[in-house]
Design a binder for this molecule. Structure first.
Ligand SMILES: *[C@@H]1O[C@H](CO)[C@@H](O)[C@H](O)[C@H]1NC(C)=O
Ligand SMILES: *[C@@H]1O[C@H](CO)[C@@H](O)[C@H](O)[C@H]1NC(C)=O
Ligand SMILES: *[C@@H]1O[C@H](CO)[C@@H](O)[C@H](O)[C@H]1NC(C)=O
Ligand SMILES: *[C@@H]1O[C@H](CO)[C@@H](O)[C@H](O)[C@H]1NC(C)=O
Ligand SMILES: *[C@@H]1O[C@H](CO)[C@@H](O)[C@H](O)[C@H]1NC(C)=O
Length: 238
């Protein structure tokens, strides 16, 4: 009978455990929000046209959720307004909506490429626009901190790093990067009837399933906490 009697300290530990285990999800500190691509560019002030394109094509939303959901990071090459002004008059308006999406995604690498890794990056670099399509890829050449980009249509220079934190790096480029894909005629249609139309394969990690690491981490912390509580309670039993 005496052995079954729960002593006061044991009772306290049990109450503590029940309370904290029940509370722990709400009590966990909120993780810092993911970086917001358009907010970063807005802060700089010289990227209003690129921001408008990011928003009208909805690419900004995709990039922000990609930054939240994946741990690959992102690299963004941002042309300032002056780069858009030096495009041929009417060129931007001549692009279809799909081309505008491609154009914006062509300025994105679906992973974090810090300045120090340009020299060893292996060409061509696949962009968010094109999976492994050579016509939607770019080449970089770097010597020290000088970095040039060629797309086959545009030769550009990385002028500046605007942001580099949390696996997101934003570079300023001096030109709007035009993909070769816009300028190379499509291959002639096959003689036999074409197969039913399908969306072009997009094999970037942008489309991989998100990993919800925060909630699994939280779950396992709760399990460990519960185990420690049980051990403490057992140890306190005389
Ligand atoms: C990102 O910032 C823009 C302003 O630049 C704002 O309109 C948008 O709601 C923000 N997005 C998120 C997910 O916070
Ligand atoms: C980030 O992802 C979590 C779940 O993984 C979600 O609850 C949260 O709303 C997302 N935040 C933003 C700003 O998209
Ligand atoms: C970048 O291009 C410029 C010409 O526009 C050239 O002078 C320079 O050597 C190039 N640098 C690299 C690293 O390729
Ligand atoms: C990019 O580099 C690859 C591999 O070196 C080469 O085959 C391709 O022609 C280059 N493209 C351009 C546009 O320079
Ligand atoms: C880009 O640079 C290469 C050599 O570096 C040159 O052959 C080519 O004509 C240039 N293209 C444009 C569009 O300026």
């Amino acid at each position: 009978m005496k052995k079954l009697f729960i002593q006061f300290p044991v009772l306290l530990i049990l109450i503590h455990c029940i309370l904290t285990t029940a509370q722990s999800p709400a009590a966990a500190p909120a993780p810092p929000g993911p970086p917001n691509v358009t907010a970063i560019l807005e802060k700089d002030g010289r990227f209003t046209i690129f921001i408008k394109l990011l928003q009208s094509t909805k690419v900004a939303d995709n990039l922000n959720s990609q930054l939240n959901d994946s741990n690959q990071g992102l690299t963004l090459f941002a042309p300032p307004d002056s780069a858009f002004s030096s495009l041929k008059v009417g060129m931007l308006n001549s692009f279809t909506d799909d081309q505008k999406v491609d154009l914006v995604q062509f300025h994105v690498l679906p992973y974090y490429l810090p300045q120090s890794q340009f020299e060893t990056a292996s060409n061509p670099l696949n962009t968010q626009a094109g999976g492994s399509s050579q016509l939607l890829a770019m080449n970089v050449t770097a010597v020290g901190d000088q970095v040039n980009i060629t797309t086959g249509e545009t030769n550009a220079t990385v002028s500046n790093t605007i942001y580099d934190e949390n696996e997101l790096v934003v570079y300023q480029v001096d030109k709007v990067l035009l993909p070769l894909r816009f300028y190379v005629p499509l291959p002639p249609p096959p003689l036999s009837p074409p197969p039913p139309k399908k969306a072009a394969p997009k094999d970037s990690p942008a489309y991989s399933a998100p990993v919800d690491s925060s909630s699994t981490k939280c779950q396992s912390r709760r399990v460990i906490h519960a185990m420690i509580c049980v051990l403490l309670a057992l140890a306190a039993v005389p």
